[in-house]
Design a protein around this ligand. Structure first.
Ligand SMILES: Cc1cc2nc3c(=O)[nH]c(=O)nc-3n(C[C@H](O)[C@H](O)[C@H](O)COP(=O)(O)OP(=O)(O)OC[C@H]3O[C@@H](n4cnc5c(N)ncnc54)[C@H](O)[C@@H]3O)c2cc1C
Length: 361
């Protein structure tokens, strides 16, 4: 049983069906602020990573997962997940940032990843519509995909392989002490001996959790503009913002706010975002967005996801708390969780994500 049909739930359910499990997905679709509907879909494994960051290895594996699976998903479901291997550029607007990015090039190259420092002339030559700043970090292997198409494809493939998709809100676990019997929804009880919590920012709202789940919503506001005419697809980071192309639109993001489950956009939030994105693409300075929206990221206290079994309740698993990189990490998380449910040990590198790390009581 998988609770949640977003990025993590869909990926986990699909991986479980591929492993031969009988799967039910209890998914409340259309909740305002769903992460996967709001997300930009960047696969920023290298751009988002810092040295020693436990998420780096998982992110790189996550990126590789989509390269491997995009075509298989298209063949199985007819849905193109929009994988773009454009690379990602991260423009520096101060010497301090430039120094940090040059250091990043060095440590990533040391680990045999493609990373480059581009001088302003090189940025101007490749991206003439951009403000080149003092240069840019370039991760040629990073890219993007369409998160809505991804979730639809993962769910379609899971259902084609026998998963049952139930449109219901899971209100809690059906649990007596350490014994798990399934899930209680608004429309009924669902029996299962294995339950994966993949409810994104809402994961901690379930009744009968063995202990409070350290996941809180972090709001991100987004805006769409016209993509510059004739400019090829690109993904570009600036100062606390990014832009990318989806269809004919320029998608700009995003804020990081603790605003509870409020998914409204704010004048202040959007003005700040537009100002920051206009540092990259000055034509946006006085532009009016075509549309705006906001979504909720599932955030944890240490910024790392919660992946693995609950030691206090046999059969209960977590695949949540993926914060700002949950699209990048969904496919690989689903695969790893399905393998672990099937009896394989989680890789050593994933101990940093173990659920019990916040609770020493
Ligand atoms: C503005 C914004 C931009 C982002 N950009 C990127 C990006 O570029 N790259 C990237 O990698 N990540 C990005 N993210 C992060 C990414 O979207 C999330 O980390 C990811 O969606 C988390 O997946 P999830 O399945 O855990 O949660 P969600 O995608 O939010 O899905 C959870 C689903 O579970 C359902 N659900 C919840 N509780 C229940 C319940 N009790 N019963 C039934 N159903 C339930 C919800 O309705 C929802 O459909 C972005 C997020 C935001 C908000």
């Amino acid at each position: 049983m998988v609770i949640g049909g977003g990025a993590m739930g869909a990926a986990t359910a699909r991986a479980l069906t591929h492993a031969g499990a009988r799967v039910t997905i209890v998914a409340r679709r259309g909740t305002e602020g769903e992460g996967w509907r709001a997300a930009a879909g960047m696969l920023a494994a290298q751009v988002e990573a810092e040295p020693e960051d436990p998420i780096f290895a998982l992110g790189v594996a996550g990126r590789a997962f989509y390269r491997r699976e995009a075509e298989l998903l298209r063949e199985a479901t007819g849905i193109d997940i929009g994988l773009e291997q454009t690379g990602i550029l991260q423009v520096a607007f101060s010497e301090q940032r430039a120094t940090a990015f040059k250091t990043k090039v060095a440590w990533q190259r040391q680990q045999a990843y493609r990373a480059d420092w581009l001088e302003p002339d090189e940025v101007r030559e490749g991206w003439p519509w951009l403000e080149p700043g003092v240069g840019a970090f370039s991760a040629a292997e990073d890219g993007s995909l369409d998160p809505v198409a991804l979730v639809e494809a993962l769910l379609a493939d899971a259902v084609a392989r026998g998963a049952t998709l139930v449109d219901d809100l899971a209100v809690g676990l059906d649990r007596h002490g350490g014994a798990l019997h399934g899930v209680i929804g608004t429309a009924g009880r669902y029996a299962a001996d294995t339950v994966v919590i993949a409810g994104g920012a809402w994961s901690g709202r379930l009744d009968q959790l063995p202990r409070p789940l350290s996941v809180e919503p972090i709001r991100g506001q987004m805006a769409a503009f016209h993509w510059p005419r004739k400019a090829p697809p690109a993904v570009v980071y600036g100062e606390r913002c990014y832009l990318l192309r989806r269809g004919d639109e320029l998608i700009a993001g995003s804020t990081m706010e603790h605003a509870g489950f409020d998914v409204r956009t704010t004048t202040e939030g959007l003005a700040g975002l537009t100002e920051r994105v206009a540092m990259l693409y000055p034509a946006l300075r006085d532009a009016t967005p075509l549309r705006t929206w906001a979504g909720l990221r599932p955030g944890t206290p240490d910024g790392l996801p919660i992946i693995g079994p609950e030691p206090r309740c046999a059969g209960l698993w977590y695949a949540t708390g993926h914060g700002r990189n949950g699209i990048l990490l969904a496919g690989i998380t689903g695969e790893r969780v399905a393998q672990a449910i099937g009896g394989e040990a989680l890789p050593e590198k994933m101990t940093a994500f173990r659920p019990e790390r916040f609770w020493d009581w």
